[in-house]
Design a protein around this ligand. Structure first.
Ligand code: ZN
Length: 294
């Protein structure tokens, strides 16, 4: 199985969540072994994807270099990672990726439009070799060795619409597109009002998030899935795990996980070389994974 990039450059324009102004996003093909590279065309700064370049995980996953940042990268990266794309240049002309509808569906459509191009070098994947867990109180995120790619997420919110939800994704590109990609981010009205008062989330609206008051969903169209909330958490987790720089093979499990815990998990994983083994997918080893990413 070979590394991939996209067949042709593609673009879209959408609103940035924080500033509320239009952002142009352009994806371009890259050569073998280049990885995912972000580039801010407005200030001529490139930022490569690595846990070391993560500068903030409060509201979204934010990467930065020399004081320049790119925010809200996780939904785009979720789609890129789920499509098994190894090499890609991501260009934005502002400090954030457009939020689109709060899910990764638009990015999947963009990647479908671009098409997948196989390159010449073998694909590398990271096999998880040990249990790695990051725990804070009753919240945790965990990776464990397994030949399957599985995401198992649980959330618990004292809200009548959310309550306890669990979702298990047996990962394939198809299951991702059908079960996860359309799940939108969510927030509570009082948080949105607070952020607005601080000059943040200016682009946030019912067009790009599920917003809840104390009792119900405020979006007139309602939910896309009754468990859309936990499905979105899996979408985020997939995007956040892409920071390790290649697809991994193993199980991901979380209870009330967050961008912050996911970031700590990637750091913990990479800290000890005994936690993982990077293998090239040549010969028989490719078969299972080819099924997942085709
Ligand atoms: Zn999200």
């Amino acid at each position: 199985m070979y590394q991939t990039t996209i067949k042709k450059a593609v673009e879209l324009v959408g609103i940035g969540l924080h500033k509320g102004s239009p952002v142009r996003l352009r994806l371009e093909p890259l050569e073998d072994n280049s990885g995912i590279v972000f580039y801010r065309s407005d200030v001529d700064v490139a930022i490569s994807l690595s846990p070391q370049n993560v500068v903030n995980t409060k509201m979204a996953t934010v990467i930065g270099k020399d004081g320049y940042v790119i925010s809200t990268i996780e939904h785009l990266l979720s789609a890129v990672y789920a499509y098994g794309i190894d090499n890609l240049k991501v260009i934005v002309d502002a400090d954030e990726v457009p939020v689109m509808d709060g899910s990764s569906a638009s990015f999947c459509m963009l990647l479908d439009e671009a098409g997948i191009q196989e390159l010449n070098a073998p694909k590398k994947v990271m096999m998880i070799k040990k249990d790695i867990i990051v725990q804070e109180g009753d919240k945790y995120v965990k990776l464990s060795p397994s030949p399957d790619l599985k995401y198992d997420f649980k959330i618990k919110f004292p809200h009548p619409v959310i309550k306890n939800q669990e979702y298990v994704l047996e990962f394939t590109k198809e299951s991702y597109k059908n079960e996860i990609a359309r799940a939108r981010t969510f927030g509570f009205l009082h948080e949105v009002q607070y952020l607005r008062s601080k000059g943040l989330a200016l682009g946030g609206s019912l067009e790009n998030a599920i917003v809840l008051d104390e009792k119900k969903v405020l979006n007139p169209e309602g939910l896309r899935f009754s468990d859309e909330f936990v499905r979105h958490k899996i979408l985020d987790a997939i995007g956040d795990m892409s920071l390790i720089g290649m697809n991994f093979v193993g199980n991901y499990e979380a209870m009330a996980g967050s961008h912050d815990l996911n970031h700590k998990l990637t750091i913990e994983l990479l800290k000890n070389p005994e936690n993982f083994e990077v293998i090239e997918l040549v010969g028989e080893k490719t078969m299972e994974l080819e099924k997942a990413y085709v």
